[in-house]
Design a protein around this ligand. Sequence first.
Ligand SMILES: Nc1nc2c(c(=O)[nH]1)N[C@H]1C(S)=C(S)[C@@H](COP(=O)(O)OP(=O)(O)OC[C@H]3O[C@@H](n4cnc5c(N)ncnc54)[C@H](O)[C@@H]3O)O[C@H]1N2
Ligand code: MOO
Length: 391
Amino acid sequence: MIKVEEAKEILSAIKIDRKIKTVSITESVGMFCAETIYSPIAVPSFDNSAMDGYALFFDDIKPVMEISGVVKAGDTLVEPLKSETIVRIFTGAPIPVGADTVVKQELVKIQDRQITIDPGLVKKGDFVRKSGAQCEIGQEVVKIGTKITTGTVALLASLGIAEIAVFKKPKVGVVLTGDEVVGSNEKLLPGQIYDANGPMLHTALLELGIEVEFVEKVKDEAKSVEESIKNLVEKVDILILSGGISVGDFDFVRPALQNLGAKELFYRIAQKPGKPLYAGILGSKVVFALPGNPSSSLSCFKVYVSPFIMRFCGAENTYQSDLKFPLAQAYNSDSSLTLFLKCELKEGEIHILSGQESFNLISFNRATGLVEIPNSDTQSSKGNLYNYYPF
Ligand SMILES: Nc1nc2c(c(=O)[nH]1)N[C@H]1C(S)=C(S)[C@@H](COP(=O)(O)OP(=O)(O)OC[C@H]3O[C@@H](n4cnc5c(N)ncnc54)[C@H](O)[C@@H]3O)O[C@H]1N2
Ligand code: MOO
């Protein structure tokens, strides 16, 4: 049995051969940039007005000035400012050559073609957005490895960039074991249960922006499990199995992976829930076998699988959790294992929920995330800071 941190280190060390593709910026949100982007233009590319008002040459300012023209946003041919006059200007319009200051219209009075200003209220350079104030030509604007947000898309669009190179997301598929498990469209017979893990893992993957290749059910027979893994692993980069990974007579997943020649990275972690978690490499593909209990499965997914998928997508340091919050109440553990407890984060404090059994999904519904209590902390005081894994 290995420790939580060792398992994370092993998964962090797996070499990933990321592929790159070009996508339109509107399709790129949530992906990771596979190139460093330098601005092809200065933005703004011309000095322009930040307000609706009047443009003037500051040194010429007088209490009464004559309006000699109008410039609006979109005007491409703008006359230079005539000496000692003022020009009507609108937000986003180019500042005429010779002007250096904008007076917002709330500060002036207009009569015919003349305006009255209090020069004491105006400073040189007011409301002029200078060319290059956002970025200069050739300036680095997005680093390789950046997760693209709506804000990144806005920035790229402002530079006239329509397509970028991103890391391809992994193809992921899910295989469910458990002859007792039936779909919600079937009538529940005695001894059967509804499939929680299929929809749960499917949505957990969708939440990460992964299009799931398949969610397949396999019979609890050694040959069927082996055949399914052998065929389905070909279709994906990461294969996730649910159930059948413990030590029962019908737990065929680990022997099947051994028969297929998978390289086992680890099996069994000193944690609760999710002790019998398995990770291995089959050919060039990564295989996770999650314990069948739904909350063990989801806990393992959040702590180990999700960061691996994000690494595959191009994120860095995904196993370093920097989200820590204080416990709202003291907590005593009688376990020698690291605990991942369902909890609610309220007003910056972690409230550990009742109903921590690994089959209990009522507490999972209420939980906002998991809190990690290391095995060393048998008596945790109120206020102790612990890693928090949000849902
Ligand atoms: N003798 C031992 N028995 C068990 C140990 C052990 O160390 N020694 N470990 C226990 C722990 S901890 C866990 S967790 C489970 C993991 O077992 P498996 O991964 O083999 O999972 P199954 O036996 O197939 O299922 C466990 C449990 O979960 C239910 N299940 C399975 N699939 C689904 C699904 N898709 N939706 C909803 N529920 C599902 C299944 O009916 C079982 O109740 O092993 C313990 N045993
Ligand atoms: O450790 Mo298992 O994951 O609770 O039931």
